[in-house]
Design a protein around this ligand. Structure first.
Ligand code: SAH
Length: 254
């Protein structure tokens, strides 16, 4: 009798702990911690109205996926940019972040995320954490998020911002061209910097039936491209309009 009660308790513990760790959705524990920081909580609350306006703007511009729009309507984008940029955070514009990089334009974030057609709990690899905003959108949608950044300072800043807001994706400082072979296969891969060619190692880290969304091309401009893995060695490719991203570069920088 005693053993079975212990087993039940253990089962509850595993279920509860499991629920906390499988996704990077904001955790109640951290939300409570956040409430003590009134400045942060107040600014997030005030800005949510602006985030909702931004989501409406994106809907007018053609974004259809309600889950993408709902995520954007919740996330305080001003937390992902320098304080001096806060007043522009809810305009549909890319903004500069450290190391000469950019936080993508909200429309672009929404467009790429829509192309991912995420299902709950899917395992997604993002290349180019940058500010962490895109990772927050993926977390908010219930994905299991892995994200790689090649600048150490951006990796560290994004980690701090995401944790402050209660998002816990798996973040890595490294070269996205390598991907994360030990975590593969991924259901989806999202590249947020532009490679000139489809990174071979990343193609192989997709599950069969999964796909990768990437801006493909040189510095003059890129085609938004979806590469689907349809078999062990079979892939097909579609394009979805013109965009301009920062280049995807090899190696890392400390
Ligand atoms: N998703 C980001 C967009 C950042 S811009 C956001 O929401 O803010 C693209 C990012 O890709 C930059 O931070 C850049 O440093 C990073 N990047 C470029 N090449 C990379 C590579 N090989 N591996 C990992 N990150 C890379």
């Amino acid at each position: 009798m005693r053993t079975s009660r212990r087993e039940i308790l253990l089962l509850f513990f595993v279920m509860f702990y499991g629920a906390l760790t499988v996704t990077c959705i904001p955790q109640t524990v951290n939300k409570q911690k956040e409430k003590t920081d009134t400045t942060m909580a107040d600014s997030a609350r005030n800005k949510n109205v602006k985030a909702e306006e931004l989501a409406k703007d994106l809907k007018r511009k053609g974004i259809r996926d309600e889950r993408v729009l709902a995520a954007i309507a919740k996330i305080p984008r001003e937390q992902f940019v320098d304080k001096s940029m806060a007043e522009y955070a809810y305009l549909d514009r890319p903004l500069p972040i450290e190391e000469g990089q950019t936080i993508s334009q909200p429309y672009t974030v929404a467009f790429q995320t829509e192309l991912l057609q995420l299902k709950p709990d899917e395992k997604v690899l993002e290349i180019g954490t940058g500010s962490g905003y895109q990772a927050a959108v993926l977390c908010e949608m219930g994905a299991k998020v892995y994200s790689i950044e090649r600048y150490e300072v951006l990796y560290l800043t994004a980690k701090e911002t995401l944790h402050k807001l209660g998002y816990y994706p798996h973040l890595f400082f490294g070269d996205g061209y390598e991907g994360l072979p030990e975590e593969a296969p991924f259901d989806k891969i999202l590249i947020t910097a532009a490679p000139e060619e489809i990174p071979e190692k990343l193609k192989k880290q997709l599950r069969i039936g999964g796909w990768m969304v990437l801006p493909l091309g040189g510095r003059q401009g890129q085609k938004m491209t979806v590469v689907r893995r349809t078999g062990e060695e079979r892939y097909n490719q579609t394009t979805h309009g013109d965009f301009i991203f920062v280049p995807m570069q090899k190696g890392t920088e400390e």
